[in-house]
Design a protein around this ligand. Structure first.
Ligand code: MIC
Length: 656
């Protein structure tokens, strides 16, 4: 090898354990941590359980951007708890309404050359600044805050060469949608996507954020961009030039895998319901009537994204059948939108402005009406995520969203030239942004008098038993490919307030797939001591929410047998003591039916020795079938699983 790519440089500089061999576990030193509120309450409870005195990372920030609606005391209590916990453990606290974590973090704290873990799958967005930023389960983030290395399987590095320049009406969202069109939602699993090439010069740091953010939808471990002159310009415009350092790939470096995008060839793209990987050119679905357009979220958070939409709707009115919702990224961006007239352009055209935060992106309000199409600049459109059953959510760029808001139907923004005689509005980034730090609360030195403020909805974590040697449990759910965490433990305004109340939130487990799951799981827990679920490829893709493992565990989930797993979900299962098995022959999934009993024996020994695990499937009215399954856990994970999860492991270390 004649030089290193950016990913290798970042990993080499932080490697504590292991070597850069794809598929083998590595341990990394973590410099920064990002927490959002919906996953952060558990992280803070975990820090409490770990008896942490003070965060060991260089920077750790607790954001509040998900659970913003306060329909009763629960979310408000969580905010107060998170504020107190941030102070107690030495974290920054970003108050509710300050804005969406990923872009805020990039603007105010992100630093080229650093590592970050975040308890949100889109934490990879910080890769836009030349960071190695990985979204992961809360326990892994808690461990990193407590000074432990972060463990992950060394991914392959896919180099994506970008050349040329984006045509008019096409923007960064179309670049990542093109990646999703090519590779779908599991094409990035086990990979880090590193972008390079001349085309980078034509993508701003925020454009890179759009692309890095939705690398999560590819299933990628993370996305990495170099830190170059554009990164410097961006940090300077945020009054942080001193935090810039150069980090670029060496001449002649190599990548494990290759892809190339000629930016000039791209057209406006759109992801159709109900997967971010379901991508087609906008022109293919143009003309469909729409009922809602939503601008915002971490997938299109930049000032430019709002500006371009504002420039498109300027001096016009959006179609009367369309609810045009705007979720500003942050108070800082609102201030800048006021300054550059974007705010006036959007409001005058009919925008409904909401508070800064994720809002409808995770179904915290903004549910669309029945049988209507909702067009969103957001990253995900998994079934029912919007809060409306059988929703029809399409994901697109701000250009496509704004054009469609005007016409009332899905519209290729290039058609605006003919429809309205418009030319493509070209954005000029300001040299300096208006900076707002007033809704950040800095960590305090003396934490000795700080008490955690726990409201009645905040419940402690349950004890998890060690792995048994034998199980006779029923299969209570059989699923297909690409089941998302939104289907396993849905988000939305009704459910999210229970993120710190496990007994309550577990009632929603798998309800999007099967509303009887909870009752059946409780029955089988009493009768057999637990259950198993089976699934196809890429089980539990999407979010980092630990609840998609912890809640099923609470209901007695012993094992999942799947064809393959999404990375974060697989780590979370182990962290909470659920055995993640893989079929050795994928066709064996067809031999299992919901309602079958499964018998495992010698589980501890087989797991420990990495031997195949025999699964005897006991049919009601037919003879038993025996299949084989295996696991791909590291030695460290085997230890964690055998002891009943990472909290038990941590407690044991503390006692030792
Ligand atoms: C998401 O976009 O799915 C979320 C909501 O931000 C999640 C985190 C969560 O479930 O709280 C994520 O991306 O990890």
């Amino acid at each position: 090898m004649s030089g290193y790519n950016v990913t290798q440089k970042l990993i080499n500089a932080h490697l504590i354990d292991g070597e850069l061999k794809p598929g083998k576990e590595i341990g990394l030193k973590i410099d920064q941590a990002l927490l959002q509120d919906a996953t952060g309450t558990l992280v803070q409870l975990e820090l409490e359980a770990m008896k942490l005195d003070r965060a060991k990372t260089e920077v750790a920030v607790q954001y509040v951007d998900h659970n913003l609606l306060q329909t009763d005391f629960k979310n408000a209590d969580d905010h107060a708890f998170l504020h107190s916990a941030a102070q107690k453990f030495g974290l920054w606290y970003s108050r509710p309404g300050n804005g969406v974590s990923h872009p805020l973090h990039m603007e105010r704290f992100g630093k080229p050359g650093k590592t970050l873990v975040g308890s949100d799958s889109h934490s990879c967005a910080a890769g836009s600044l030349g960071m190695l930023a990985i979204g992961t389960g809360g326990l892994d983030v808690a461990a990193a805050i407590a000074g432990q290395p972060y463990y992950v399987k060394m991914p392959q590095v896919m180099g994506v060469k970008l050349t040329g320049n984006l045509p008019d009406w096409v923007s960064a969202k179309d670049v990542i949608l093109e990646m999703l069109r090519r590779h779908d939602v599991k094409g990035g699993v086990g990979k880090i996507i590193e972008y390079y090439g001349d085309g980078l010069a034509n993508l701003s740091a925020m454009d890179r954020h759009v692309i890095a953010n939705m690398g999560a939808e590819l299933g990628a471990t993370t996305t990495v961009f170099p830190s170059d002159q554009e990164t410097k310009r961006f940090l300077k415009s945020q009054d942080r030039e001193a935090d810039w350092s150069e980090l670029v790939a060496d001449e002649g470096c190599e990548y494990d895998l290759h892809d190339e995008i000629v930016l000039d060839d791209l057209v406006p793209l759109i992801a159709m319901p109900t997967s971010p990987g379901n991508v087609v050119p906008v022109s293919e679905v143009a003309g469909k009537k729409i009922g809602q357009v939503v601008l915002g979220s971490s997938a299109n958070p930049g000032l430019r994204d709002f500006w371009v939409a504002g420039a498109i709707v300027k001096d016009k009115a959006v179609n009367p059948d369309v609810s045009f919702d705007v979720n500003p990224t942050s108070r800082q961006i609102i201030q800048n939108m006021i300054e550059n007239k974007t705010f006036a352009n959007l409001i005058t055209a009919g925008a409904r402005f909401h508070q800064s935060g994720c809002m409808g992106c995770i179904g915290m309000g903004q549910a669309p009406a029945s049988n209507t199409i909702s067009l969103r600049t957001m990253p995900r459109n998994f079934p029912d995520r919007s809060g409306t059953k059988d929703d029809q959510v399409y994901l697109c760029s701000p250009e496509t969203a704004a054009a469609s808001a005007l016409t009332g139907e899905i519209t290729d923004p290039r058609d605006l030239e003919e429809l309205y005689g418009m030319t493509y509005p070209k954005y000029q980034a300001p040299e300096m942004h208006i900076i707002k730090m007033d809704m950040f609360v800095a960590p305090v030195e003396d934490t000795s008098k700080i008490e955690l403020k726990k409201g009645p909805n905040i419940k402690s974590l349950p004890h998890i038993d060690v792995l048994q040697d034998t199980y006779d449990v029923p299969v209570i759910l059989k699923m297909g490919d690409n089941v998302s965490t939104d289907e396993i433990l849905k988000a939305g305004a009704e459910v999210l307030p229970f993120r710190s109340n496990l007994p309550e939130i577990s009632k929603y487990s798998y309800t999007v797939i099967d509303e009887t799951f909870y009752d059946r799981a409780m029955e089988t827990k009493d009768q057999y001591g637990g259950h198993v679920v089976v699934a196809g490829e890429n089980y539990a893709q999407g979010s980092s929410r630990e609840h998609a493992a912890l809640a099923p565990k609470y209901l007695g989930q012993v094992a999942v047998i799947a064809k393959s797993y999404a990375r974060i979900a697989w780590q979370n299962l182990v962290n909470f003591g659920i055995l993640p098995l893989e079929f050795i022959n994928n066709e064996d999934l067809d031999k299992i039916e919901q309602g079958d009993m499964v018998h495992f024996k010698n589980v501890r020994k087989n797991v420990q020795n990495r031997e195949d695990i025999e699964v005897v499937i006991k049919k009601k009215d037919a003879i038993d079938v025996t299949i084989k399954a295996r696991h791909t856990m590291s030695d460290r994970q085997i230890r964690v699983l055998l002891i009943g999860g990472i909290i038990n492991d941590f407690k044991e270390k503390l006692t030792a």
